[in-house]
Design a protein around this ligand. Structure first.
Ligand SMILES: [Fe+2]
Ligand SMILES: [Fe+2]
Length: 170
């Protein structure tokens, strides 16, 4: 819930991922034992081959988060379930573990323009994921939600009810 709790950095271009969101994900990450195989089979049935390849590169904790997001009862259809599942796929380019993500978020809060390399990529995962999904031929909803999932709801280019539903699923 509350996944669109990001806020804009002083530069305005790149949202800083909100601490509350990260704290919740952190605690889920340290207790997570990986996704249930039957749940993964269900989700893979909704994805294209190219999307499935991206999904399977995600860490176990991120795949669990993807499945929890895709199973949100508020989602209206499979298009929204796929968008919900793949919103964080850009994290596969960051290669950061749980503790480094906490560090990246704390650093970004203190020094929004001071991050380099993989730490900067972590903060940039919405844009990276959106580009990967576009190249994979994903639906516009999936591409746009990956790009916008840390923006405030008011800044989303999606219909407000769709953005709110996807945010609830995150
Ligand atoms: Fe994210
Ligand atoms: Fe997320």
């Amino acid at each position: 819930m509350g996944g669109l709790s990001g806020r804009s950095s002083p530069g305005g271009a790149q949202p800083v991922i909100a601490g509350a969101h990260l704290a919740r994900r952190f605690f889920q990450s340290i207790v997570d034992r990986g996704p249930d195989p039957a749940e993964e089979a269900w989700l893979l049935g909704l994805l294209t081959g190219a999307e499935a390849e991206l999904y399977q590169q995600m860490s176990a904790a991120d795949r669990s988060h993807a499945l929890r997001s895709a199973r949100c009862p508020a989602l209206a259809d499979d298009a929204q379930r796929v968008a919900a599942a793949l919103h964080d796929v850009g994290k596969i380019q960051t290669g950061l573990g749980t503790w480094a993500r906490v560090g990246a978020t704390l650093m970004a809060t203190a020094h929004p323009r001071g991050l380099r390399g993989r730490w900067a990529n972590y903060q940039d995962h919405p844009r990276l994921g959106s580009e990967m999904l576009r190249e994979a031929g994903s639906a516009t909803l999936t591409v746009v939600w990956a790009a916008e999932h840390h923006l405030p709801l008011a800044k989303s280019s999606l219909p407000p009810e769709v953005a709110a539903t996807l945010a609830a699923a995150d």
